[in-house]
Design a protein around this ligand. Structure first.
Ligand code: FAD
Length: 119
C-alpha cells in the first residue's frame, strides 16, 4: 500500500472512514444471523488490509489482532468500534471519546421502517 504523505488527505480519509464504520455498526442488527456476523467481521478485516494509508493499515491490523471485531449484537459492535477508535485516538494524542454517548452520536439516519442493515 502506498504512503499517503498528505496529512490533510489522511485526516479526511480517517474522518470519513470512522463515520462510515460507526454509522454502519449503529445500523447493524440487534440480533444478527451468523451470516451477518461473518459479513461484518470480513468487512472490517478487509478494510484493515485495503485501507489506503500504509501506516494506518499496519497499526489497525495490529489492533484487530489484539481486539478482534465484536459482532454478537449492535451494541457489542458499536462499543467495539468506539473502543478501537479510542485506541487510535490515544496513539495520536487525541481526546478519548465517551463510549456511553455512542448511540446518541451515530443515529442511523435512515427511515423508521428500515433501521437495520440488510445484508
Ligand atoms: P477523528 O478521529 O477522525 O474522529 C472523527 C469524529 O469522530 C470526531 O470529531 C468525534 O466527533 C468522533 N469520535 C472521536 N472518537 C470517537 C470514538 N472513539 N468513537 C466514536 N466517535 C468518535 N491517522 C494517523 O495519522 N495515523 C494512523 O496510524 C491512523 N490510523 C487510522 C486507522 C484507521 C482505521 C482510521 C479509520 C483512521 C486512522 N487515522 C490515522 C486517521 C485518524 O484516526 C483521524 O481520522 C484523523 O487524524 C482526523 O482526526 P479528527 O481529529 O478529525 O477526528
Amino acid at each position: 500500500m502506498s504512503h499517503l504523505g498528505n496529512a490533510t488527505i489522511k485526516a479526511e480519509l480517517g474522518r470519513s472512514t470512522w463515520k462510515l464504520l460507526h454509522t454502519m455498526v449503529a445500523r447493524f442488527p440487534e440480533s444478527p444471523t451468523s451470516d451477518e456476523r461473518a459479513a461484518l467481521k470480513q468487512f472490517i478485516l478487509l478494510l484493515s488490509r485495503l485501507y489506503p494509508c500504509g501506516e494506518c493499515a499496519e497499526h489497525f491490523q495490529k489492533l484487530l489482532a489484539k481486539y478482534p471485531p465484536q459482532t454478537s449484537s449492535r451494541v457489542a459492535a458499536s462499543q467495539w468500534a468506539c473502543a478501537i477508535h479510542n485506541h487510535v485516538n490515544q496513539r495520536l494524542g487525541k481526546e478519548i471519546f465517551n463510549c456511553a454517548d455512542i448511540e446518541a452520536k451515530y443515529q442511523c439516519g435512515c427511515d423508521a421502517e428500515n433501521t437495520e442493515t440488510t445484508l
